[in-house]
Write a new protein. Structure first.
Length: 304
């Protein structure tokens, strides 16, 4: 049992091996758990089957083990949790917080264009509410996806990030009714992560700053389902030379683990931790990880 009940997790999508950015995220969540005397879990977010080739998760497990990052419990697999997601969707349906949507991406784009809204690169497609029940619902069309009813604008979600401080987002205005189950039948990230974190008792979430924008949506789902909200910390991202976030979709290479200590030092540097400068010559993996835990406790936000 973790001291104070702390339970953290690392949740990669096994669409390819860990790159330097995803190793930094794994290290950040592991350091936070260890500095807090807590448990560290590993969850494979393989709910999107077409993106996850056979054997991809096993490669990640080997990479993490090579870096000494061992989970305290057996890994969890989203692909085995469809019943839990289905039950949550049914609860939202009964509560009037989920509805079927027939819109295609091109139809949403045309609706936004008619409202003189231009979709910005990397920004959300703000769903215009075409299929909301109070606006006529499907109007005889066939539902393709399921969306979460965010309510009306003007009710922003406020939350505190341990590194970034106070955050606020009006989900209804800035995102719109977001998808819970996609048109292809796959469960959407927002619903799956909320149910997984609650079912597995996750108390603290440490993840990359690119996921900050997802937090308000997840808090809305947690509230609608009567689930606890974890404490969040969004760490700095590792970026490529062009300033873009390192990602598998943009061809980020697998992290070089020929020297695991050196790889951990690079990951720690991305998190603002001077691990390389603190270690003595010839330091081994155990020393590097122990030093990293001490540096995390000294330099980053305390556990709330």
């Amino acid at each position: 049992m973790a001291v104070g009940g702390y339970r953290g997790r690392f949740a990669p999508t096994p669409s390819g091996p860990l790159h330097q950015g995803s190793l930094a995220s794994a290290l950040a969540s592991w350091l936070d758990a260890r500095a807090s005397g807590g448990a560290w879990l590993l969850r494979m977010e393989d709910v999107d089957g077409p993106r996850c080739p056979p054997g991809g998760a096993e490669v990640i497990l080997v990479q993490l083990a090579r870096c000494g990052l061992q989970p305290d419990e057996p890994p969890l697999w989203q692909s085995q949790r469809g019943d839990a997601y289905s039950a949550a969707l049914q609860r939202l349906q009964l509560a009037g917080r989920a509805y079927p949507c027939a819109c295609t991406r091109s139809e949403i784009a045309r609706a936004l264009a008619a409202q003189v809204q231009v979709h910005q690169r990397h920004a959300e497609w703000i769903y215009p509410g075409t299929c909301r029940p109070e606006r006529g619902g499907l109007a005889g069309r066939t539902g393709r996806a399921w969306r979460f009813h965010t309510g009306e604008p003007g009710r922003p979600v406020d939350w505190m990030d341990r590194r970034l401080g106070g955050q606020r987002q009006d989900v209804a205005q800035e995102v719109g009714d977001f998808v819970l189950r996609r048109a292809d039948g796959c469960w959407a990230y927002q619903l799956a992560v909320v149910i997984d974190d609650a079912d597995h008792g996750i108390t603290h979430v440490v993840r990359g700053a690119d996921l900050t924008d997802n937090t308000a949506r997840q808090i809305l789902l947690q509230r609608a389902l009567g689930l606890p909200t974890p404490v969040y910390l969004h760490h700095p991202l590792v970026t490529a030379a062009d300033g873009e976030k390192l990602s598998k979709s943009h061809g980020a290479p697998a992290v070089d683990l020929s020297d695991p200590v050196e790889a951990l030092c690079r990951a720690a540097a991305a998190l603002g931790l001077p691990l390389a400068a603190t270690l003595g010559p010839g330091a081994g993996l155990a020393e590097a990880l122990a030093t990293g835990v001490a540096l995390w406790g000294q330099n980053l936000a305390p556990v709330a």
